[in-house]
Ligand binder design. Structure first.
Ligand code: NAG
Ligand code: NAG
Ligand code: NAG
Ligand code: NAG
Ligand code: NAG
Ligand code: NAG
Ligand code: NAG
Ligand code: NAG
Ligand code: NAG
Ligand code: NAG
Ligand code: NAG
Length: 764
């Protein structure tokens, strides 16, 4: 990853600061001597360089005489006085010419028109055997070429040769374009160094066996530059109109090899200073030395190439260097702003280059730094991960996970089936999307409640406590399995917990419809709470408390009954929640001494005074909830006149004054039908709010009375089977909801935190 980054940085650097500037303009080429002084160096626009020339004075040897036919337009040069037309002469030793082709035509089996241009090439001119081939075209043709060729050995020998090919076909249709392989066209190579080349053309059958549509039918033969000749079947007739075809000739300036030629300095052709001699297939030629250009056959013909003016393809100076021409060579010096010797490069003083280098260094440094960073962060992450898992283990142990596990395992063996699950921290983190703020459904003295989605799509409420006192852990651990065993339809079920975090997390079933408090103190929602529903909620809550006090073993005191801790589902079924402050009543003990805990407004005054917690404290709190249900007022409200602040006191005084119906919630419809019922409930509430605990009824009695008084009585008195159906009907209506203790004006003296949260005045 990191090396790629370096490459990218380097690439960017180079893209932004290219190395080449490309500011060298091409300059015009210079002229050099072509012909001897006072000689005409061109015929038409074809240059005729020495040793070739157009007059005997202007040539080196007879073989190089060129005849310029100025009657043509443009004037055309010919080799000697032959019909070989020159198209170009190069000092590199080649001559491009056009040459007549040989032809032999037959009409009705009789040779009618034979042209046999017999041309002997001058001895120094040979047919280039690599680019040219001997080709014959015709359908009843054999063609031969013969002559001599130069063979270099210990001595130069001129050896005779003869070669040829044969081409047959019955009709034109047999031939293929671009294919010269014996049908209509044949081809053969010629020996190296060939010259003197008479061509013999003949027919085997005088064209009597062929079926050519055109008459006469001709045979053709020629040596041609293959690059400029492609066989086409149309040539079988059309070549009749073509007189000449291109041919490439090589020329040498002398028959001898350099070594011998140099001996006679008068005859030695390489006259120019700075020229040299090299052997060729049929003699020797001359060339200018490197760094010089021109005509090596003329005195002073090879001239220094001014590399400064006329840059060469193999120009050796680097960019930003000036090429200073020297005789036969050049020197590279760096431009004024640059330093170095011009080779291999001019760069040292180059600010652009410096910047490039700086960028490159920055790039590399950044790359290395990134790599180091990646390695470091990777190992740091790995270290953190290990540390995290060690922390989790530590928390698990600190939070009493081992003890809890043991207990749960023990209970697994027993008859209890409703054991709780121990969740991993990761599981709950995933369920709450990393304890996302958007998932918060409740917040209070105990901590925060999040809505969570477990892997099986089960919706849960996850309660995250505030930092807890380690001393309380054992108690917490004690309570968890017991609470998990409360299997009452009106109690929010504890599904499990997580001990891998610093503070234990509790996982509950999710109740969808919020708290009773919300419903009572919101005008819109309160209007939907009929007396029947209110009494049903009261009866259900009383049922839970009755169960906790009498049926559970050991008995449990909830200690924090309030409307905020009663949740409602869609069908207004009450779900008692928040057993965080609950106390187990040890066997054989009626009351236990604890730090006072609870919420102001709901708190049993007797308990507040004596610190003795009994079941009757829950009865008092329930009484306040009952009054809340009846009046729709808050248990404690600092905005009201002093005598009305405590709902319990206000209610009692109002009932005593006979003003009961004045303080009932506006949404409770009062009519003759329920007047008595309301009075009964009010009396019940009054009894629950008795200052002396002993004078309050037990929850069992309260529950029984409420059930009896409830209009829903007939529903709950049905057979078990029936009530099961109702239960399942109520459960199935909607997914369960949640709302957990949200307390604006409440005092929490939590069992977990052991600290008192004082109420604050103001608010709404
Ligand atoms: C060279 O010859 C051509 C044709 O032969 C002629 O047109 C031209 O003027 C001559 N040039 C010189 C410099 O004599
Ligand atoms: C020679 O001149 C003719 C016409 O003047 C022109 O078409 C042709 O391109 C020239 N050839 C060269 C090699 O300059
Ligand atoms: C010109 O050609 C004829 C025959 O083709 C030959 O006899 C004569 O010597 C040639 N002239 C020169 C100057 O080569
Ligand atoms: C031979 O061919 C040439 C060129 O095609 C032509 O001018 C001449 O008339 C022909 N001669 C005969 C006898 O066909
Ligand atoms: C023939 O022509 C080719 C291409 O121009 C060249 O390389 C070669 O030296 C010439 N001569 C011979 C004998 O092949
Ligand atoms: C071809 O023609 C020549 C003379 O024109 C004759 O001597 C020869 O026999 C003929 N060949 C054939 C195969 O007809
Ligand atoms: C030659 O061609 C003519 C017509 O194109 C045809 O009638 C004749 O049969 C052909 N002869 C042979 C031997 O193919
Ligand atoms: C000859 O044919 C080949 C392939 O068909 C083509 O590449 C080439 O250019 C042709 N040459 C000429 C002179 O037409
Ligand atoms: C050198 O060459 C010239 C001209 O070709 C000739 O006249 C002379 O005899 C030669 N000298 C020797 C020593 O071969
Ligand atoms: C050519 O070289 C010869 C000897 O090598 C020398 O004497 C002469 O001055 C040179 N000519 C030029 C133009 O440099
Ligand atoms: C080129 O080189 C010559 C000799 O080496 C020197 O005298 C001259 O000053 C140089 N010119 C430049 C432009 O460097």
């Amino acid at each position: 990853m990191a090396p790629n980054y370096v490459m990218i940085v380097a690439l960017i650097t180079f893209i932004c600061f290219p190395l080449s500037f490309g500011d060298d303009a091409m300059l015009p080429t210079h002229n050099y001597l072509i012909a001897k002084p006072n000689c005409n160096g061109s015929c038409g626009n074809i240059s005729i360089p020495f040793p070739f020339g157009m007059t005997p004075d202007c040539i080196l040897r007879d073989q190089f005489l060129v005849t310029c036919d100025s009657s043509l337009n443009p004037p055309q040069p010919f080799l000697e006085n032959s019909s070989i037309e020159i198209t170009s002469i190069s000092l590199a030793g080649q001559l491009n010419v056009l040459k007549l082709i040989s032809r032999d035509c037959y009409r009705d089996g009789i040779s009618t028109n034979k042209t046999k241009p017999m041309i002997s090439l001058p001895s120094l001119l040979t047919v280039n055997n690599t680019v040219n081939s001997f080709i014959a075209v015709g359908c009843d043709t054999y063609a031969t070429i013969q002559g001599r060729y130069t063979k270099f050995g210990t001595e130069i020998e001129y050896l005779p040769y003869i070669t040829g090919c044969m081409s047959m076909c019955y009709s034109i249709d047999e031939t293929d374009d671009n294919t010269c392989s014996g049908v209509g066209c044949c081809k053969t190579s010629i020996p190296k160094g060939a010259w003197n080349r008479p061509i013999t053309l003949s027919s085997y059958y005088n064209y009597s066996y062929t079926n050519m549509t055109n008459n006469p039918s001709c045979n053709y033969a020629f040596v041609v530059d293959q690059a400029n000749f492609n066989f086409s079947k149309s040539y079988l007739s059309s070549l009749q109109n073509t007189k000449k075809l291109p041919l490439v000739l090589d020329w040498a300036v002398g028959e001898d090899k350099c070594e011998i030629a140099k001996r006679n300095s008068t005859a030695y052709a390489c006259k120019s200073n700075n020229s040299y001699c090299h052997d060729d297939s049929n003699g020797y030629r001359c060339s200018c030395m490197k760094g010089y250009d021109g005509n090596p056959y003329l005195k002073d013909g090879c001239q220094d190439i001014n590399e400064y003016v006329n840059p060469q393809p193999d120009y050796m100076c680097v960019k930003n260097a000036i090429c200073n021409n020297t005789d036969g060579s050049y020197a590279c010096t760096c431009r004024p702003d640059f330093s170095g010797d011009g080779y291999p490069e001019c760069n040292r003083d180059n600010p652009q280059r410096k910047i490039q280098n700086i960028y490159l260094i920055i790039g590399i440094t950044a790359g290395v730094a990134l790599m180091v960073f990646i390695i470091f962060s990777w190992s740091y992450t790995a270290f953190q991960r290990r540390k995290m898992s060690m922390m989790k283990e530590k928390f698990f142990q600190e939070n009493g996970g081992l003890v809890l596990q043991q207990r749960l395992r023990r209970e697994e063996g027993s008859s209890h089936t409703n054991t709780i699950k121990i969740f991993t921290a990761d599981e709950l983190k995933k369920a709450t999307n990393g304890f996302d703020k958007d998932r918060v459904v409740g917040q209070g003295g105990f901590g925060t409640v999040y809505k969570g989605y477990l892997k099986d799509n089960c919706i849960v409420a996850i309660k995250k406590s505030k930092v807890i006192d380690r001393n309380q852990i054992e108690q917490f651990i004690n309570e968890v399995p017991i609470l998990s065993q409360i299997n009452h339809r009106n109690v929010v079920k504890l599904l499990g917990c997580c001990l891998q975090t610093e503070v234990p997390l509790l996982v509950y079933e999710f109740i969808s419809n919020g708290t009773l408090s919300e419903h009572l103190h919101d005008k819109l929602k309160a209007s939907a709470l009929s007396l029947d529903i209110r009494l049903k909620v009261a009866a259900e809550t009383a049922g839970v408390l009755s169960y906790l006090h009498s049926a559970a073993y050991p008995p449990i005191i909830h200690r924090d009954i309030k409307s905020v801790n009663i949740l409602l589902d869609k069908s207004y079924t009450a779900k008692v929640s928040n057993f965080g402050a609950s106390k187990l009543v040890p066997a054989n003990q009626k009351e236990i001494s604890t730090l006072v805990q609870g919420t102001l407004g709901y708190l049993d005054p007797e308990y507040l005074q004596t610190n003795q917690l009994t079941e009757k404290s829950d009865v008092y709190s329930f009484g306040v909830v009952l009054v809340e249900l009846l009046t729709g007022r808050k248990a404690l409200c600092f905005q009201r006149p002093e005598e009305e602040r405590s709902l319990a006191q206000y209610f009692i005084s109002s009932v005593e004054k006979g003003h009961l119906f004045n303080i009932l919630d506006d949404y409770i419809v009062c009519d003759e039908g329920n007047e008595g019922q309301l009075k009964n409930v009010a009396v019940l509430a009054q009894r629950c709010l008795n200052v002396k605990g002993d004078d309050r009824p037990t929850m069992k009695e309260v529950a029984a009375e409420l059930e009896a008084g409830s209009r829903l009585k007939h529903l709950w008195d049905q057979t078990d089977q029936h009530s099961e159906e109702i239960k399942s009907f109520l459960h199935d209506t909607q997914p369960l909801g949640f709302g957990y203790e949200y307390s604006e004006h409440s005092v929490h003296i939590d069992s977990i935190t052991s600290h008192v949260t004082l109420p604050f005045p103001g608010g709404r």
